[in-house]
Design a protein around this ligand. Structure first.
Ligand code: PSU
Ligand code: MN
Length: 300
């Protein structure tokens, strides 16, 4: 299967220069327009500041793209909340065969990044086990168990059952790293209270972990969790109140399956009058920068 690479990403990969993959579901299903576009551009800039080339991954009219032009980013961002297919593992061949537009989730992005030869990927939050729905386990967790890509994120939003999410990561053999932290963050807030498997404080230390993982030929992923910068954290009580209400409403309205996460994210942003978006955009940029630094350390 041919992928379309933007020139800059193709050249960087050919020269062994650092590249960081970015997902596209956060653009089409995670943030409202126009903040989604602004954040996608700012996150790519942050990856560059960290010392790497950004490669946003998406499917456009059935074609897999590794790195998007500004026009392609505009195209996807403007289709936020519409018929772009949210592409996890199972959806990718359907979008490709159908000639459809598809935005890749954490799972979908990990698969395509790995195929493209990109070992590091940055995003905001991963999927997990849904509160009150112990069998709605995001395919992200299983992908972390079977695709050797390092995912830099701020953990998972507390729209999810975080202790259950943590357990599934353990079962899947995924090392959970706290970047400059002893506990897993909870997306908007800096602590979930849940322990990490190891704390690492520098890009060089994370690069050493990734090298050891690759040298052992382990086929699973690594989760590096980065707390939101202190000044941008969102009030945990306000977040919890909005999440509890959104979760209740979703259950009343029977929202489930792949629609659940985008619906909850949208509702939480509405209920907090967009105040939660500031933490969201800040942590996306911060994670992009950290991932850029790790990618740069890894290629040295
Ligand atoms: N969490 C966020 N923002 C997001 C997502 C999760 O805070 O945009 C997206 C990611 O693309 C993630 C997906 O991979 O939702 C998980 O969806 P599901 O729960 O259906 O697996
Ligand atoms: Mn699900």
């Amino acid at each position: 299967m041919d992928f379309v690479f933007v020139d800059e990403v193709k050249a960087a990969l050919a020269d062994g220069e650092p590249v960081v993959a970015l997902e596209s579901t956060v653009i089409t299903h995670g943030l409202p327009y126009p903040q989604n576009l602004e954040t996608a551009v700012a996150m790519a800039t942050a990856v560059r500041q960290g010392g790497a080339v950004p490669a946003t991954i998406a499917i456009i009219q059935g074609q897999i793209h590794i790195g998007l032009t500004k026009a392609q980013l505009d195209y996807l961002a403007a289709r936020e909340g519409t018929a772009v297919r949210k592409c996890s593992r199972r959806d990718i061949p359907l979008a490709v065969a159908g000639g459809a537009d598809g935005a890749t989730t954490v799972a979908g992005t990990m698969i395509l990044a790995h195929r493209a030869g990109i070992p590091i990927f940055a995003t905001g939050g991963i999927g997990g086990v849904h509160r009150g729905h112990p069998f709605d386990i995001s395919a992200d967790l299983l992908e972390l168990g079977r695709t050797p890509v390092t995912v830099v994120s701020s953990g998972a939003k507390s729209i999810l059952d975080l202790p259950a999410t943590r357990e599934v990561l353990e079962t899947q053999g995924v090392p959970v790293i706290g970047y400059g932290a002893d506990v897993m963050p909870a997306f908007f807030s800096r602590s979930s209270g849940l322990p990490v498997d190891g704390r690492l404080d520098t890009p060089a230390q994370v690069a050493a972990l990734i090298r050891a993982h690759h040298a052992l030929k382990l086929q699973n992923g690594i989760l590096v969790t980065v707390p939101v910068p202190e000044a941008d954290a969102f009030d945990p009580d306000e977040a919890e109140a909005a999440i509890a209400q959104a979760t209740r409403e979703a259950d009343e309205q029977g929202i489930d399956g792949p629609a659940a996460t985008p619906w909850l994210l949208r509702r939480v942003a509405q209920l907090t009058d967009g105040r939660s978006l500031r933490a969201n955009t800040a942590l996306l940029q911060n994670n992009g920068r950290v991932a850029g630094q790790i990618a740069a350390a890894l290629s040295r």
